[in-house]
Design a protein around this ligand. Structure first.
Ligand SMILES: [Zn+2]
Length: 254
């Protein structure tokens, strides 16, 4: 079995001994490829270093909606430079209405997301999107700006099962994290069933979003829990879901 974890933050400082041992345990548990997403300009070099050292880990550069206020004045030029120097994807980018403090911050989030989407489209790099409580706005921005031809994914999907079809129609794949393993997360469990085989992806968002029953820091190896839940819900074997999602990840990123 081969598994692709399409959304991690292996550069996270909470991995105090670095990513190496986390990666070893991942590979031992069949997680043979991982996407490492940047959060802001100040971790892009770490993401690059990790992905240069470890061929199993792919880079993505972007500014996460929580960190838009930390950006420098020439952030967009720096991002373009980083992307042109590599084959990286664009992520983690998006909009998050759960954490907003002001109207100004909301406008900034939307502007920073739109600019990154435009750049991804211009360079035709896949996008790794974060969206919480902002589905209408997300669709509005995507329809106004467009998506790269290579498409992208919505990570740790928390939308409705109806929204799955709206996103798929625009070419976005749907990725599920450990939140589907929570028995009371009926919304995500219903959404898992609406995703087409060719648009389904899995992830951990390590070191966050622990699956049910796992304490401490999350790691890519715990994706097996997410895989087990998704396989059960869809009435397939874990091997089948691993294979489908691995193929989809390669089609998106390679
Ligand atoms: Zn993330």
């Amino acid at each position: 079995m081969q598994i692709f974890d399409v959304h991690t933050h292996m550069q996270d400082k909470r991995y105090i001994k670095g990513y190496d041992s986390v990666l070893k345990r991942a590979v031992k548990n069949s997680v043979v490829k991982m996407m490492c997403c940047g959060l802001h300009e100040y971790d892009w070099d770490q993401v690059l270093d990790i992905t240069n050292e470890a061929p199993e880990i792919y880079p993505a550069f972007g500014i996460h909606p929580w960190f838009v206020e930390d950006r420098s004045s020439n952030w967009l030029d720096i991002l373009e430079e980083k992307l042109l120097a590599t084959t990286a994807s664009v992520g983690e980018i998006g909009i998050d209405k759960v954490v907003l403090n002001s109207k100004k911050e909301e406008n900034t989030q939307e502007m920073v997301f739109t600019e990154q989407l435009k750049l991804a489209k211009k360079l035709n790099r896949p996008v790794n999107i974060h969206c919480r409580n902002a589905w209408g706005k997300l669709i509005e921005i995507i329809d106004n700006t467009g998506l790269p031809d290579r498409g992208g994914l919505v990570h740790s999907y928390s939308g409705s099962h109806e929204m799955v079809k709206v996103l798929e129609k625009r070419g976005l794949m749907i990725s599920f994290s450990g939140s589907v393993t929570k028995i009371n997360n009926k919304k995500a469990r219903k959404a898992v069933l609406s995703v087409s085989d060719k648009m389904l992806l899995i992830e951990t968002d390590s070191p966050d979003i622990n699956p049910e029953g796992i304490t401490g820091l999350n790691e890519p190896k715990y994706i097996l829990k997410n895989l087990e839940t998704i396989a059960e819900l869809r009435g397939k074997s874990m091997e089948e879901i691993a294979s489908i999602t691995f193929e989809n990840s390669l089609r998106l990123f390679d």
